[in-house]
Design a protein around this ligand. Sequence first.
Ligand code: SF4
Length: 501
Amino acid sequence: MKNNPFPFLSKTKYLEGLKCSKLLWYEYNRKEDLPEIDVATQAIMDQGKIVGELAQTLYPDGILLQREYDPAKQSGKSLEATKLRKPLFEAGFVHKQAYALADILNPVEKNVWDLIEVKSSASVKDEHYSDVAFQKYTYEGAGLKIRKCYLMYINNQYVRKGTIEPKKLFATEDVTKQCDELIPEIEQNIADMLEVIKKQDSLQIKVGPHCDSPYPCPLEDICWSFLPPKDNVFCLYSGTKKAYELMDLGVLRITDIKEDIKLSDKQNIQVVCHKNGTPHIDKKGIKAFLDTLEYPLYFLDFETINPAIPAYDNSRPFEAIPFQYSLYIVKNKDAKSERHSYLAPGDKDPREEILKRLKTLLGNSGSVIAYNATFEKTTLRHASEAYPEYQSWVASLEERIVDLLIPFRGFLYYHPDQAGSASLKNVLPVITNSSYENMEIAEGNMASIEYSRVTFGKNVSEEERQRVRVALEKYCDLDTKGMIDILAALEKICRFRGDVT
Ligand code: SF4
């Protein structure tokens, strides 16, 4: 801002301004304090680009306008291109301080255009209306006649059969009415935003639900730094609304919650644990859970990719496709665990090979233990829909799958260091000696991103590919080995004779 007294307001900045004035101010005045784009966000952006390019193929005579740094130049070039009356990709126009680039401008009648915004999501979301409304406002202000506005998004019911068919992959919704309802507000919104940008100091904006909606704000580390990391009221189980109420009363720590505050049973357990610094243990409940397990025990974990554009035949957009499993088998109480694993080379659809191997390894009896087992069940079910010869086996297998999340989500065990989370990453270090610290890959989304990068990406050396594959093996191994350790810890608790409740 210091160098530019009359900034352009791009669509991205306008949407940020709608989310929060403080974020907008930082974008123009203290950009250096905003964190760099992380790997996960970059992966989403890369996917969006690929989806956008595929959508362009629906307009074979379309013209892609190379982006100019200067909005005025882009605008001049785009205006010139409109004379060709062809579909235009990335045409950019300026109206007063507003600057917008359209994914697709499609000529429909003499001097009239349809505006099409492409999203790599499976539905139209509320925030998309403001996005397209800002574009329509800008183009009409720049002199274009816009007939209709459309959102083009991914039809998640599409099933790939052979080459991708963009006409079937994309769904389109007319959002002209929703945009027209928003347009009258835009001029004033922009004026307010320009005032915000001009301010000398950042605004004092109270944190709230808007920080996480429609996406987590990049300034959360700064704005939310007043909260203690583990004992804060936002760690209350299913307690976001309650946490805001408590924060308004000046209560930030679970340990400071007074007895007269009405909480759920699980939240009350948390308060006692956080105040005493000791775990809550429902031995009876844990024992009842352990009694449901039948040897041999199979500890199973998948890693998956879920591309917006289906990578394989008989798969849908965003479907979780397993590319890796780790499996430990414990045949009886005294037996040592046996490890089996598979990491797909990436040369073909991995689902059939995984189903084939697991069918042999998992036998016909014994409990199959997974953490947050709905994911493993759904992944197997969808994989078997693509390979129907495995469908009846998967149906019978589902009855044997036991969710190790149950004792933790049900608060049969709760330790204050879990900070309200029953995830494997939070439970493992508090109940065993293991943790995900210092792991090169320590999280499922990163496993998916890294696998895709080294398997399907360009310019990846063999050495890099092997390094990542080793990290993937270690990560998936810990997910399953961790379950064995957690189960052993629960068994130990039940053997312990003290009265702990
Ligand atoms: S974290 Fe919340 S208050 Fe802070 S800038 Fe972002 S949206 Fe605004």
